[in-house]
Design a binder for this molecule. Structure first.
Ligand SMILES: [Zn+2]
Length: 84
């Protein structure tokens, strides 16, 4: 079976967010990505162009919020609280 490799467009994001427990500043980062492929289509049904993807990733980066917006200390406290 042939393997197709599609070009990937990536965008690293780093944000400083307050811990949801104590408000301490946390640095979180991720890499957003999309592939340029016939399967990655836009609203008009046509495969997205690199420019479209770059624009979308820029928008996604602007609204991105880390899932782990909690510091290790608060996380340990929350963990201890749920344990019997
Ligand atoms: Zn905290």
């Amino acid at each position: 079976m042939p393997t197709y490799t599609y070009e990937r467009v990536t965008r690293p994001v780093t944000k400083t967010v307050p811990c949801r427990g104590c408000g301490k500043k946390l640095k979180r980062s991720t890499t957003l990505e999309q592939t340029i492929s016939p399967f990655n289509r836009g609203e008009d049904g046509a495969p997205k162009t690199r420019d479209q993807i770059v624009a979308e990733l820029r928008e996604e980066a602007a609204t991105w919020h880390p899932r782990n917006d909690i510091c290790a200390t608060c996380d340990a406290v929350a963990d201890a609280a749920v344990k019997p």
